[in-house]
Ligand binder design. Sequence first.
Ligand SMILES: *[C@@H]1O[C@H](CO)[C@@H](O)[C@H](O)[C@H]1NC(C)=O
Ligand SMILES: *[C@@H]1O[C@H](CO)[C@@H](O)[C@H](O)[C@H]1NC(C)=O
Ligand SMILES: *[C@@H]1O[C@H](CO)[C@@H](O)[C@H](O)[C@H]1NC(C)=O
Length: 607
Amino acid sequence: MLLTTVFAALVASVAAKDSRTFAVLHHYGKGPLTTCRADPVISPGVPSAHLHTVMGASNFGLNATGESLRQSRCTTAKPKADLSAYWFPTLFFKDPKDGHFEQVKLFYMNVYYFFEATNDKIQAFPLGLQMVSGNAQLRTAPQTTGDQNLDPSKGPVQPAQITCPRSNFNPPSWPAGSDGSMAGIGDPNNKGSGIGFPFQDCDGFASPMRADLHFPSCYNPAAGLTNFKTNMAWPTDAGNGKHDCPKGWIHTPHIFYEVYWDTHALLPRFQDLIGKESPFVFANGDVTGFSNHGDFIAGWDETALQQIIDNCDAGDAGMDKCPGLIGGLNDDSTSCNIECPVVETTSGNLSKLPGNNPLAGWKYGAGSTTPKPVDVPAVQVPAAAPASATSSSSSSTKAATTSKTAPSSSTLIPVVKVASSSSASPVTVKPTTSAAAQAPGPKPPVAKSSSKTTTVVNTVTLWKTTTVYGSGPTATAPTAAPSATGAVAGFKYAGCFKDDQARVLDGEIRPNLGKISNTACVTYCSSKGFSIAGTEYGGQCYCGSKLKSSEKLAESACNMTCEGAAGEKCGGGWALSVYAKDTTALKKRHVHNHLDHHRRGPSVRRR
Ligand SMILES: *[C@@H]1O[C@H](CO)[C@@H](O)[C@H](O)[C@H]1NC(C)=O
Ligand SMILES: *[C@@H]1O[C@H](CO)[C@@H](O)[C@H](O)[C@H]1NC(C)=O
Ligand SMILES: *[C@@H]1O[C@H](CO)[C@@H](O)[C@H](O)[C@H]1NC(C)=O
């Protein structure tokens, strides 16, 4: 330990930096990695209280860690060596006409990696470092000025701002003289920025509204990688234009999120609000924008990041231009997207925010920091998010619910219902092991609170009916799907089935067939000797010789158009369009499953 410290001190004296260098991390591909009610830092293992837009590595999920992120098959980051995860609250538009909510499209996200002037040696983020910045609970102004402050010796740190580039700053974006109680506050030093959502349209050249967020850059190894509440601090002024970390701490890069939301595209729909109020709301129900916050888990190849820190000052040109970049760059023509492990509707026109977060701030009042328990749509949580190698849809948010199933005969499947609640003694009802095994769901989530969110996630297990294919006396082999033909390349359409993280068809997973159609998938699986083929998520193919689970979904759950066949459906989110050589064999097998369900049903129902 002593030796390490002495060594660090020696290195530090050599590595001092006189001026800032930096390089922007760019992302590539179609949309964010996912949009998902998951937050492996604040709510590991359970759905998070609000929806996040996530960038970064494909192993992001409820339980993501540095180690698991390093195993990712892809990332939205340009440098291949960066398998970190970056996430922030999704921005919604509240339609002034009827009050419904719609996601605002993410325009893009930049992550600035600043290597500041310091007497310390700046070191790569250690694998698995978790950081949170900003305060998700804020619904009132954190200060009476609109500027930021990153230096604790100059007053309370204020790391978050909203930036609103405009072609003309008259009238100002934040009402002059605002004290924050009914509007945001402009930055006295920068007309383009302030705290809280602006009341004007951000129409700057190619630059809509932006959420800005700085992260602290001093890591305390004694606190530990996952102790996000106390493990980071802001460097302080060392008196010579440099900023240093406390002794024994690690000075990491200073990262800064710039999240651009495509707000200007919505202008025709909020024209009437200009100068009066903002139509935007963060996914946590905050209408003020004061709660701008974000999370990070480091998944960098540390050697590669250190090489960037030590050699790159590419600035806005980006890490793409760093000399000698280790690991190279991802191909812009590809995309890295995953399905969200929490299956619920988050896109389209919503009457409530996902997680049912109440609106708060300004005219809605400061709100309670402990939202009332309220009912939300059923949520299913498979063990982990699946990879979507070839997803082509513009949004990675895929909704699928199975609640509309009209069973001919049914069995009981537990569904985890998640509600935000302030209850100190959450009601957590455990499904029995066997029931849990039938429904690919989570272990019963454990109520959790933290300094960042006082929302406690409660779970109750409800029962819903789900058809089991071929299970009842009246069950017959299904015929054609509404949009699929009854037979494809000699295989018959068997229906829309639920998939899960373990993959119900696992003979061959997502062979690379280019643009997927049912014909392409069936032809391929058949040529490999498999008797069942399934397409999913519009662009994935799975082969197998048996379906490992038999849960049938409503046809409407298989509603994604095939990438390679415009008139056909290729499954949906966690939903497989299944074709089989012999649907009778499929039917027989599932009768057995049905009996199993029946045996379990009554006992698990009583609990
Ligand atoms: C959502 O609402 C807007 C405005 O009312 C409407 O134009 C649009 O068609 C709706 N979208 C869907 C998917 O219903
Ligand atoms: C997350 O991790 C916890 C603890 O290891 C585990 O009990 C749970 O099943 C995991 N959940 C998922 C969805 O993988
Ligand atoms: C597809 O199905 C899901 C689940 O049934 C539903 O939420 C979604 O709105 C559907 N999408 C379309 C485009 O019909």
